[in-house]
Design a protein around this ligand. Structure first.
Ligand SMILES: *Cc1c(COP(=O)(O)O)cnc(C)c1O
Length: 221
């Protein structure tokens, strides 16, 4: 199957759902991104700042760039002119830097709060109480150039479907709780980013609105 066939396959899988595809392009050359773009992909996910900043000028301007990897505050400036969504927001400090850099460019950057739901210790992200602490802070409330548009998580790398379902449903319950408590009249807070090549079907069944798919489109990295 070619890249374009794979993009069309995922688009057809998502037809009739509330879920969109983030094409994860990390490690792949620009020419393959262009092939995905030509087949209709518009949301691209990269996990490294330098790589995203190098590819962005080579692609059409209507690509929505999503950063999906851990972001150090001192690197926000390199992607602030164009990044659409930072899916890996894990601290107030990062939000404050996003605010500063987005303001410099007169734009708004979207952010997803990344949660820790996986069993593995190594997977980063906030706990629910850490997220609420951020959302309740005066500093958060003063942000004008950052918009929190939802939540994100990486599930455990396991074939155990019951465990994956449980983790996805946990993230969805965090989304619903935060929506009710902090974003009730906020139309922008609507994204649940969960599901990758190996587990996207379960994630969509559990309410994902953004699946992040790399290897099932481009082959193994
Ligand atoms: C690499 C990556 C993906 C895509 O993983 P695949 O298994 O290749 O689909 C999704 N989310 C994050 C955060 C990633 O780093």
């Amino acid at each position: 199957m070619s890249i374009s066939d794979n993009i069309r396959f995922f688009q057809s899988q998502l037809t009739g759902t509330n879920c969109r595809l983030v094409t994860v392009t990390k490690t792949h050359p620009v020419q393959k991104l262009q092939e995905a773009y030509d087949a209709g992909a518009r949301l691209f996910g990269e996990n490294k700042v330098q790589e995203m900043a190098a590819k962005q000028p080579e692609l059409p301007t209507d690509v929505e760039w999503h950063l999906i990897g851990h972001l150090q505050t001192n690197k926000v400036k390199y992607i602030a002119p164009f990044v659409h969504t930072i899916q890996s927001v894990d601290s107030l400090k990062l939000l404050l830097e996003m605010e500063k850099q987005a303001a410099k460019h007169g734009r708004v950057i979207n952010g997803l709060l990344q949660f820790h739901i996986a069993a593995e210790e190594t997977k980063t992200g906030l706990t629910l109480s850490e997220a609420e602490e951020v959302l309740q802070s005066d500093a958060f409330r003063s942000l004008r150039h950052v918009r929190i548009t939802g939540v994100m998580a990486i599930a455990t790398n396991t074939p155990d479907e019951a465990q994956l379902r449980q983790e996805f449903s946990e993230l969805r319950s965090y989304f619903e709780l935060l929506k009710a408590r902090y974003f009730a009249d906020n139309e922008y807070f609507r994204e649940i980013s969960m599901g990758m090549s190996s587990d996207y079907q379960l994630a969509v069944a559990e309410g994902s609105t953004l699946i992040r798919v790399g290897s099932a489109i481009f082959g193994a990295r």
